[in-house]
Design a protein around this ligand. Structure first.
Ligand SMILES: CC(C)(COP(=O)(O)OP(=O)(O)OC[C@H]1O[C@@H](n2cnc3c(N)ncnc32)[C@H](O)[C@@H]1OP(=O)(O)O)[C@@H](O)C(=O)NCCC(=O)NCCS
Length: 191
């Protein structure tokens, strides 16, 4: 399975240890983590790298590094990971080679601050949805966000996910955004 995904402007590849620089830039920036997690220290980030480089299924599930197709500059990450229900973060023990997690699969993304406002998150999100529905057995992809995170909601709506009301995830009552394989296929016919 080809895990390097290209778009007009971007190259997505599975994250690896060399992405520590990007993780340090993003997760020590209060603007980036505002609706994601607490600010992280360098040692906390280093400790998470083994989780952030895990892949599940046939490689289908995990985190991709988003970079510029021409310059190679890293902009951020986009992921397909098991949606936490009662926990307040991803359970990486479910991300196991050769097995799809028995959980709903969440799409999510974060960009470093200087990469906001250029359409990169939507471009990457759309490409990963294409991958999900063309290359993996997934029948539905879900997403959520803090109500105040309008930028995140906009990315999901522009990427074709639908507002389905509310759901319980991350141990809270949250927005419930989803797209099924059939809905995605229909959206491709209408392009
Ligand atoms: C969520 C996040 C990725 C959204 O970033 P973003 O830059 O708003 O989203 P996109 O990359 O899709 O860019 C869209 C913006 O680029 C603009 N844009 C500029 N050039 C563009 C182009 N060529 N194509 C498309 N859009 C373009 C759009 O007009 C839009 O700006 P607007 O919202 O002011 O109208 C970003 O805010 C972020 O990283 N936040 C911190 C992490 C986070 O909260 N993640 C989500 C957790 S649920």
């Amino acid at each position: 399975m080809e895990l390097i995904l290209l778009t007009d402007r971007l190259r997505l590849r599975p994250t690896d240890e060399s992405d520590l620089d990007l993780s340090l830039e993003m997760f020590t920036d209060p603007d980036v983590v505002e609706y994601v997690c607490d600010l992280m220290t360098e040692s906390e980030i280093r400790n998470e790298i083994p989780n952030w480089t895990r892949r599940g299924g046939n490689g289908c599930i995990g985190i991709w590094c988003i970079s510029d197709r021409d310059s190679g500059e890293k902009y951020g990450t986009v992921f397909l990971l098991p949606m936490p229900i009662d926990e307040d973060g991803t359970d990486y023990s479910l991300v196991v080679p050769g097995r799809m997690p028995e959980a709903e699969i969440e799409i999510g993304f974060e960009l470093k601050r200087s990469a906001w406002g250029k359409g990169y998150a939507t471009e990457a999100c759309k490409r990963v949805l294409q991958f999900a529905f063309e290359e993996t057995p997934l029948n539905e992809v879900v997403a959520s966000f803090y109500e105040e995170n309008i930028a995140s909601r906009n990315v999901l709506e522009k990427s074709g996910l639908f507002d389905r009301g509310r759901m319980w995830c991350y141990g809270e009552d949250c927005p419930n955004y989803r797209i099924t394989r059939n809905e995605w296929m229909e959206s491709q016919q209408n392009l």
